[in-house]
Design a protein around this ligand. Structure first.
Ligand SMILES: Cc1cc2nc3c(=O)[nH]c(=O)nc-3n(C[C@H](O)[C@H](O)[C@H](O)COP(=O)(O)OP(=O)(O)OC[C@H]3O[C@@H](n4cnc5c(N)ncnc54)[C@H](O)[C@@H]3O)c2cc1C
Length: 385
């Protein structure tokens, strides 16, 4: 039966779901590190994210197998296999984690670990490892790109703009995101979205906002230095504008501007485009850090309009320590309020392609507010949150 045995697959899935799923996933990693202690060095100090992601992916894969769907799981596993080359993953690592997963399943399931369940577990583990190893072996491109920080701008208290030149150009679609590792926090990769289209000379720009208690974002904003060497992995994501798909609404919260800015800059290559209306929001007016660039783009491209939005009307005292971001006259008047409320107060934008980028909460609230006003859910795009 193996992968066709839905009952066995459901039993395997149940072992990792429930209130103590994080602990069970933790036991897989403990078992893996016991089998090969050197593997621990491949990970950062805090493994909360890895455990959470591993649990989510395993749960999703088993759900797909139970539904007898294989296409998307195989494509995700292949992508993960290609991506894990940046961690230095070897065939031996796959074999030992497969062993750890198998052993943890057996221990967790106790008397439910029957012959058919064991057979299905073996097939699941072999499929996961086989696809990941195969895809990694077949990939001819580099596992990562290295680049040097050449410019650094602290544009607001919590926001930095970092420009790098990569040793070799990285190909990506404007609107995609990449995984980034900085020297201040080795082995902790975070997603960042390039804020400009790909450049044949290897120039690349990122906008980073430090989040409260955030390990990597604070290190980037507070400690980045010219000359730092960053490591960047290949691109993911599919935010895009269909130039034949009608007018566009873009909603960017803080550094969520980055991928939308890259798409807008790319559109500037064309004389004619669908109309694009961008709402760019922050808490204070002084946090609308890139309004000058947006003003320049809108001044030269009549298809683009930009509405600044801020939660508060006045700046805090610390704003005086950072550059003045107020643009020359020409953009729409700044609106006061939260992005979901302001954007949806204009209607549902039902005729538009809609791209939303920012924090998880802002994306969810904006999406909900627009759908409530009549926007079609299938016309709304955002990155995975
Ligand atoms: C597809 C994608 C693209 C992204 N692009 C960018 C980008 O271009 N610029 C950018 O600044 N960030 C971007 N991010 C967010 C970034 O990847 C990190 O999650 C963020 O910088 C926090 O990392 P950290 O190590 O500082 O926080 P962690 O140490 O991982 O987390 C610390 C705490 O902060 C919370 N937290 C994590 N992320 C956020 C967040 N985004 N907002 C609020 N709280 C958070 C966590 O829940 C946790 O409580 C992107 C994320 C995704 C998924």
């Amino acid at each position: 039966m193996g992968l066709d045995d839905r009952n066995a697959l459901a039993t395997l899935r149940a072992a990792f779901t429930g209130p103590d799923s994080d602990e069970v996933i933790g036991r897989i990693f403990t078992c893996w590190f016991a089998l090969d202690p050197e593997i621990r060095d491949l990970f950062g100090a805090d493994m909360t994210d890895q455990r959470r992601t591993f649990g989510r992916v395993l749960d999703w894969l088993l759900g797909e197998f139970i539904a007898q769907r294989a296409d998307e799981p195989v494509s995700l596993l292949a992508q993960l296999g290609r991506d894990h080359r940046k961690y230095g993953a070897t065939k031996q690592h796959y074999e030992t984690i497969a062993h750890a997963l198998f052993a943890t399943w057996a221990a967790e399931l106790g008397e439910l670990w029957t012959g058919p369940v064991e057979e299905t577990a073996r097939d699941v583990v072999n499929l996961i490892a086989g696809v990941m190893i195969g895809a990694a072996d077949a990939e001819g491109g580099p596992a990562w790109w290295e680049g040097t920080v050449v410019e650094l701008h602290r544009v607001s208290r919590d926001i930095a703009v970092v420009r790098l030149i990569l040793d070799r150009p990285l190909d990506y679609q404007p609107g995609q995101y990449v995984n980034v590792q900085v020297p201040q926090v080795p082995r902790s990769w975070r997603y960042l979205s390039p804020a400009m289209p790909p450049d044949p000379e290897g120039r690349i720009e990122f906008h980073i906002r430090s989040v409260s208690g955030g390990m990597v974002s604070n290190a980037i904003v507070d400690e980045t230095q010219i000359g730092d060497r960053w490591r960047i992995s290949s691109a993911h994501g599919g935010l895009e504008v269909d130039r034949d798909g009608g007018d566009v609404l873009m909603v960017a919260g803080s550094t969520g501007l980055a991928p939308l800015r890259a798409i807008i800059m790319d559109l500037c290559r064309f004389g004619e485009n669908p109309r694009v209306h961008l709402f760019f929001g922050g808490r204070y007016p002084c946090e609308l850090y890139d309004l000058r660039t947006l003003w320049e783009l809108a001044a030269a491209n009549p298809w683009l309009s930009v509405t600044p939005v801020s939660e508060y009307n006045t700046d805090p005292p610390w704003a005086a320590d950072y550059p003045d971001v107020a643009p020359p006259r020409g953009l729409h008047v700044r609106q006061k309020g939260l992005l979901p409320e302001v954007v949806s107060s204009y209607g549902g934008w039902g005729d538009r392609q809609i791209l939303i980028s920012g924090s998880r909460a802002m994306i969810a609230a904006t999406r909900e507010a627009l759908i409530a006003k009549g926007a079609a859910a299938q016309r709304i795009q955002h990155d995975p949150v």
